[in-house]
Design a binder for this molecule. Structure first.
Ligand SMILES: Nc1ncnc2c1ncn2[C@@H]1O[C@H](COP(=O)(O)OP(=O)(O)OP(=O)(O)O)[C@@H](O)[C@H]1O
Ligand SMILES: [Mg+2]
Length: 1028
C-alpha cells in the first residue's frame, strides 16, 4: 500500500492537501512540475484542478477509461474519469442527484472537460441497444450545439457563447436512460457583430465552406465567407477552412442522429442562410436621410424566399415603423441606423430562436423513453458548462451577463464549500479556526439586488418613458452606486484610475478581476426588441422552424416582455436552485497561457486564476479542516468489516461503533474528530489507507463469505442427503422390520406347527404333524447320513431313530449293514475268506463257551506256526506223504507226573504228531481221536481223548497251546472233528492208560499256573477273563 502511495506521488503531489506548505508558491510549483510532465490533473481533496494543455494527450482512450472504471478515487492518479466515476458510483450507492460544476475562464477547458465526462459515461455505463441510441444522441448533441453556439473569440477558438446545463438521467441500475439540456443566454449580438479577430458562430462558416453545391445554390449562397457582411467584421473568417468543412460533415451527420428530418434540416439551413442574406441587405438613404430599400433587392428576395414571407412586406418592415394612432396605422420611415438596427434585430431574433428550437429538438430526442417499472427511481448527474469569465478590450452587455453568471457560480461554490464547510464544523461541534476568504456576494448583490442592483437600474432605464439612452443609464448607475467599493466610473474614479476609463465606461471589480464595460448598446441589448411589424410578418413565415419559434409570442401582447438581463437573472436563480438540491463535484479549469500554446505555463496568468478561483482558500479549509467526512452510519456501514467488534453488526450507537472501529484501525487522535453526526478525517491518506485495507478485506471477506456459503450449501446438501438417507433407512428398516415381522410370524407358525407336530408326533399322519414328521424324518436321515457307522463291527454309532422311524431305521440299518458286509465281503481275498470260514467254525465251537474266545477273535489265523525248515528233516521225511497241514509248538504234559515238555504238534491229513526233535513221540490217528476237551476258562489246555484199545497205545494227550483256537479249528477242519470238541467246566477226565484215569482241574486265579495238585490232578489256574 505504501508503495502504491509513493508511486502515485511520483511527480509532484497528486493532492494539494498533502503539500508540505500551503503557500501560493508551493501550490504553483507543484502545478508547474506536474504540467511539465503533462500531468494536467491534480486534486484538492475531491476537487479536480485541470490545466489546459493545449495539446492532445493520450489519456482519454478506452484503456484509460477501463482503468478508472469502478476504482476508488485515490487508487489511481488524478483524472477527470476518476471524478466522473466517483460521482457516478456515489450516485448509485446513495441514490441521490449530483452535478459537476466545471468552471474557469474562457478557454480554460470547460467544454472539453464536459465532453470527456460525457464520453466516459457513454463507455462506462451499462447499456442496451435502445440506450445506445440515446447515448449516441447525447454525444452527437455536442457538435450540433457547438456549431450553433460556439465561436472563435480572442480567448478561445471554440468559445461557448451560451450556457449549457445538461442532466444525464440514470435508472436504478446505472444505465444512462436519457438527458435534458437547459441553455442559457446565447450571445446573439455575435450574429451581427464580431470584434476584431473574432468570428461569428461556426455554423455560418461551416455552411459556406462545407455546404454541398446544390444546397448553396438552393440557399442562394456563394462559397465565399468574405461575401457576407456578418462573417467579415472580425476580419478572420477563415480559421481553418478544412476544419469547417470537416465539421460541416460531422454536424450534418449529427443532425440525422438527433432525429432532425430532411425537411427540418432544409428549413434549419434556410434560416441560417436567411441570416447571412439579411446581413447583406444594404440600405440607401433619401434626401431626408430615410432608409431606402428596393424590394427587388436580390438579398432581400433571398431572405423573403428562405423565410417564406412577402418581400414587399419585409422591405416595408425593415424601412418603416408602424405607429398605431388610435385606429389608424401610420408608417414612419426609419433612418438608416434604425433600418440597420431593425435588420440586425431580425437576424439576431431568427438565429437566437432557431438555437432554442434546436435545443428543444435535442431534448425531445434524448428524452428518456425507457419506461421501466421503477422509472420513478431515477437519479441524475448534471454537467454545467457555461461560458467562462472573460475580459476583452471592449466589454459589452454580453460580457456583463457572462461575468455576472460566473460571479453567481463562484458564489455557489463559496456557499457549498468554504462557507458551508466551515459552518458544518460549527454545527458538528468541531473545534475550528475560521479561514478567511473573499465572499463575492457583495458583487452579486451589486449586479442583481432588487431595485438597487445594476440589472434593476438598467431595466428601469429600459422601461422608463422618455429618452433613455446608454448614457442616462450610466448616470443612474453613478447616482445609485456612487461609493460601492466594486464599482467605478470615469466620474467616480480618482485621478489615476480615471485615466484608464472612458467617459462611457463603468468598471466592476469582479472576483476574477476588474472588467471595464462600455455602456454602448446596454439598453438596446437588454430590450432586445423586434419591431412589431416585422414580428407579425415573421409569425406567418412559411419556414416551419421560424414559424414555430415566433408563433409562441403573442403578437397582440401589449405587455413588454421581460428584459434580457432579468430573464437571465431568473434563469440563473433557477439554476442555482437546481444545483443546490444536488451533491456537488468541482472541476476548476485553469488556462495555462493566453496564446493557446502547448507546454507554456504562464505563471502570472495561472497565479491570478488560482487566486480568484479561491483555490488557496479551498485548500486551506481542506487542510485545516478535514479532507473527508462521513455520517457515522455510512462510515460504519462501509468499513465495519475491518474490526472484529463491529463486524458483522454493531448493536450500539453508530458513533460508538465508529470510535471502536477507528481505534482498532489505529487512527491517531489528531487524524480524526468525532462530530455530532459525522466522523471527520483530516488527511486523505488516512482514509486511503482505510480504503486500501477495506479493499483487501473485501477479498478476504468475499472468500470467507464464499467459504461460509459453500459450507452452508454443502451443509444443506449434506442435510438433504442425510434426510434422504434417514428416509431411505427408515423405509428400509420398515421393509426389514416388516420382513422380520413376517418372518417371525412365519416362524411362530412354523414353531407352533412344529410343537403341535411334536405333540402329535405319535398320532397318525395328519395336517398337524405331517410337516413335523417330514422334518423329523429329514432331520434323522440327515443326521444318519452324517454319522453312519464306519465298520460292520460298529454297532453303537447307528443313530437312535425317532419313534416314527423305528421301523425304517431298522430296515435302513439292516440294509446298511448288509451293504457294508457286502462291500466287505466283496473286498475279501480268498485267504481271508478261508480264514473267516475258519473263524466262523471257531465261533460255532467256542463262542460263549470258552472265556478266552473273545480275545482270540481278533487274532488272525496263520497257515502254520512252525515252518517246514523248523521241523526236523527226519520227521518230515516220515510224514511228508501224509501232507502236513499245520504245525504248532505245544507244551505237552506227561501223563505221569504232568511234567511239561515242549513239543511240536504237526497235523497231517490223517493224524496229529507230537514231535520232539527228530522223534515222533506220539501219533494220533484221527480215527482214534474220540474227543477233544478244553476248559471254559482262559487257559490254553487241550486234552485229546484217544481211544485206548490197546495198551501200547498211549493215553490221552494233555497239551497247552498258545494258539488253542487256531489249532483246534484247523484240527476240526482237517479231521472233521468239530463235533468232537467239548468245552468243559471244572475238570476234564483223562485216561492215562487204558483203564487208568486222572483229571485236569481248572480254576481261576491271579496268575496263570499249571501244576500237579496234591490230589494228583493237573491243576490249571487261569486268569479271569477280562470283561469288556
Ligand atoms: N484536456 C484538454 N486536452 C487538450 N486540449 C484541451 C483540453 N482542454 C482544453 N483544450 C484546448 O483548449 C481549447 C479551449 O477549451 P474549451 O473550449 O473547453 O474552453 P472553455 O473553458 O469551454 O472556454 P469558453 O468559456 O470560452 O467556452 C480547446 O479547444 C482545446 O484546444
Ligand atoms: Mg466552452
Amino acid at each position: 500500500m505504501e508503495g502504491a502511495l509513493t508511486a502515485r506521488d511520483r511527480v509532484g503531489i497528486q493532492d494539494f492537501v498533502l503539500l508540505d506548505e500551503t503557500t501560493e508558491a508551493a501550490f504553483l510549483s507543484n502545478l508547474k512540475k506536474r504540467f511539465s510532465k503533462d500531468l494536467i490533473y491534480t486534486y484538492i481533496g475531491t476537487l479536480l484542478v485541470s490545466v489546459n494543455p493545449y495539446k492532445e494527450l493520450d489519456i482519454y482512450n478506452r484503456k484509460q477509461m477501463d482503468l478508472y472504471m469502478g476504482v476508488n478515487f485515490f487508487e489511481l492518479p488524478p483524472h477527470i474519469y476518476a471524478l466522473a466515476d466517483n460521482a457516478y458510483h456515489t450516485m448509485l450507492t446513495e441514490f441521490n442527484n449530483h452535478f459537476i460544476l466545471i468552471s474557469g475562464e474562457s478557454g480554460a477547458g470547460k467544454t472539453e472537460a464536459s465532453k470527456k465526462i460525457l464520453q466516459y459515461y457513454a463507455v462506462s455505463c451499462p447499456s442496451t441497444t435502445l440506450l445506445n441510441t440515446v447515448r449516441d444522441k447525447m454525444l452527437m448533441s455536442n457538435p450540433v450545439l457547438e456549431a450553433f453556439g460556439n465561436a472563435k473569440t480572442l480567448k478561445n477558438n471554440n468559445s461557448s457563447r451560451f450556457g449549457k446545463y445538461m442532466d444525464i438521467q440514470f435508472d436504478s441500475q446505472g444505465d444512462a436512460v436519457g438527458g435534458h439540456i437547459l441553455n442559457y443566454l446565447l450571445e446573439k449580438s455575435r450574429v451581427v457583430h464580431q470584434n476584431h479577430g473574432e468570428r461569428n458562430f461556426h455554423i455560418f462558416y461551416q455552411l459556406v465552406e462545407g455546404g454541398e453545391e446544390d444546397l448553396l445554390h438552393q440557399l442562394g449562397l456563394e462559397r465565399d465567407c468574405q461575401h457576407y457582411n456578418y462573417l467579415t467584421q472580425g476580419e478572420c473568417a477563415i480559421v481553418s477552412s478544412n476544419n469547417d468543412r470537416n465539421d460541416w460533415k460531422t454536424v450534418k451527420n449529427a443532425l440525422q442522429i438527433i432525429n432532425i428530418d430532411e425537411i427540418n434540416t432544409t428549413h434549419l439551413f434556410g434560416t441560417v442562410a436567411s441570416v447571412l442574406h439579411l446581413g447583406n441587405v444594404q440600405f440607401d438613404s433619401d434626401s431626408k436621410g430615410h432608409a431606402l430599400l428596393n424590394s427587388n433587392n436580390a438579398e432581400l428576395r433571398w431572405v423573403s424566399n428562405l423565410l417564406g414571407v412577402d418581400a414587399h412586406r419585409l422591405q416595408e418592415g425593415l424601412t418603416y415603423r408602424k405607429i398605431e394612432a388610435q385606429k389608424d396605422q401610420v408608417l414612419s420611415p426609419f433612418t438608416i441606423d434604425h433600418a440597420i438596427y431593425a435588420r440586425d434585430a431580425l437576424a439576431k431574433a431568427i438565429y437566437g430562436k432557431t438555437f432554442t428550437w434546436l435545443v428543444n429538438r435535442i431534448n425531445e430526442s434524448i428524452e428518456n423513453k425507457v419506461r421501466r417499472k421503477d422509472s420513478s427511481r431515477k437519479t441524475v448527474i448534471g454537467l454545467l458548462d457555461i461560458y467562462g469569465f472573460e475580459v476583452f478590450y471592449v466589454n459589452s452587455f454580453e460580457q456583463f451577463c457572462i461575468n455576472y453568471c460566473n460571479e453567481k457560480l463562484q458564489q455557489l461554490f463559496i456557499q457549498l464549500t468554504l462557507k458551508a464547510e466551515q459552518e458544518e464544523y460549527q454545527a458538528e461541534d468541531i473545534e475550528w479556526e475560521p479561514v478567511q476568504f473573499f465572499n463575492n456576494k457583495i458583487i452579486c448583490d451589486l449586479v442583481e439586488e432588487k431595485h438597487r442592483g445594476i440589472i434593476s437600474i438598467l431595466d428601469e432605464e429600459c422601461l422608463r418613458p422618455g429618452d433613455a439612452t446608454d448614457l442616462t443609464f450610466l448616470e443612474r448607475l453613478e447616482e445609485k452606486m456612487g461609493n460601492h467599493p466594486h464599482f467605478v466610473t470615469h466620474k467616480l474614479a480618482d485621478k489615476t484610475t480615471r485615466k484608464t476609463l472612458e467617459r462611457g465606461d463603468f468598471r466592476l471589480l469582479h472576483y476574477a478581476g476588474e472588467v471595464t464595460y462600455c455602456v454602448v448598446g446596454f439598453v438596446d441589448k437588454n430590450n432586445d426588441l423586434l419591431y412589431k411589424s416585422i414580428r407579425d410578418l415573421i409569425c406567418q413565415s412559411k419556414n416551419a422552424i421560424v414559424r414555430e419559434c415566433f408563433s409562441t409570442m403573442d403578437p397582440d401582447s401589449r405587455r413588454r416582455p421581460e428584459t434580457v438581463a432579468t430573464q437571465f437573472k431568473s434563469s440563473l436563480l433557477k439554476l442555482t436552485e437546481i444545483l443546490m438540491a444536488k451533491e456537488a463535484w468541482y472541476i476548476r479549469c485553469l488556462k495555462s497561457n493566453e496564446s493557446k500554446q502547448p507546454g507554456q505555463f504562464d505563471e502570472a496568468l495561472i497565479r491570478h486564476q488560482v487566486k480568484y478561483l479561491g483555490l488557496m482558500e479551498h485548500l486551506r479549509v481542506r487542510r485545516a479542516g478535514f479532507a473527508y467526512r462521513r455520517k457515522y452510519e455510512v462510515f460504519l456501514k462501509r468499513y465495519k468489516p475491518l474490526c472484529p467488534d463491529t463486524w458483522p453488526h454493531w448493536r450500539g450507537v453508530p458513533a460508538d461503533g465508529v470510535e471502536v472501529l477507528v481505534q482498532h484501525l489505529g487512527y491517531l487522535p489528531n487524524e480524526y474528530k468525532m462530530g455530532r453526526t459525522k466522523i471527520f478525517i483530516r488527511h486523505p491518506r488516512t482514509l486511503f489507507a482505510t480504503e486500501d485495507a477495506f479493499e483487501k478485506c473485501k477479498h478476504e471477506l468475499a472468500t470467507k463469505l464464499q467459504a461460509k456459503y459453500k459450507g452452508y450449501k454443502a451443509k444443506g446438501e449434506f442435510k438433504k442427503q442425510k434426510e434422504a438417507a434417514t428416509k431411505i433407512e427408515t423405509c428400509w428398516r420398515g421393509v426389514q422390520a416388516r420382513k422380520e415381522r413376517d418372518k417371525r410370524a412365519w416362524a411362530v407358525k412354523v414353531i407352533k406347527k412344529f410343537i403341535k407336530g411334536y405333540m402329535t408326533r405319535g398320532q397318525a399322519k395328519s395336517t398337524d404333524n405331517s410337516e413335523y414328521l417330514a422334518f423329523v424324518r429329514q432331520n434323522y436321515l440327515n443326521r444318519l447320513k452324517g454319522n453312519l457307522p464306519k465298520t460292520v463291527l460298529d454297532k453303537t454309532t447307528w443313530q437312535t431313530p425317532p419313534a416314527v422311524l423305528t421301523e425304517t431305521s431298522e430296515i435302513l440299518r439292516k440294509l446298511y449293514y448288509r451293504l457294508m458286509v457286502r462291500k466287505y465281503v466283496r473286498g475279501l481275498t480268498p485267504q481271508k475268506k478261508a480264514q473267516f470260514q475258519l473263524k466262523l467254525l471257531t465261533s460255532s465251537i467256542f463262542k460263549a463257551k470258552k472265556d478266552s474266545y473273545p480275545q482270540s477273535v481278533a487274532q488272525p489265523f496263520v497257515d502254520t506256526r512252525i515252518s517246514e525248515q523248523d521241523i526236523n528233516m527226519r520227521v518230515l521225511q516220515m510224514i511228508r506223504n501224509e501232507h502236513i497241514k499245520y504245525s504248532v509248538p505245544v507244551i505237552k504234559y506227561d501223563r505221569n507226573g504232568f511234567k511239561p515238555r515242549p513239543r511240536q504238534l504237526i497235523l497231517t491229513m490223517t493224524a496229529a504228531y507230537v514231535i520232539e526233535e527228530a522223534k515222533i513221540k506220539q501219533r494220533v490217528l484221527y480215527t482214534s481221536l474220540k474227543g477233544i476237551s478244553v476248559s471254559n476258562l482262559t487257559d490254553g489246555m487241550i486234552v485229546f481223548h484217544i481211544t485206548c484199545e490197546d495198551r501200547k497205545q498211549k493215553g490221552d494227550l494233555v497239551m497247552q497251546c498258545d494258539h488253542l483256537f487256531e489249532l483246534l479249528t484247523k484240527l476240526a477242519v482237517i479231521a472233521n472233528k468239530q463235533n468232537a470238541i467239548k468245552v468243559v467246566q471244572g475238570s476234564i477226565k483223562i485216561e492215562i492208560q487204558a483203564g487208568k484215569e486222572n483229571a485236569v482241574d481248572f480254576s481261576t486265579g491271579q496268575e496263570p499256573m499249571v501244576y500237579k495238585a496234591k490230589n494228583g490232578h493237573l491243576m490249571v489256574v487261569a486268569t479271569r477273563a477280562r470283561t469288556r
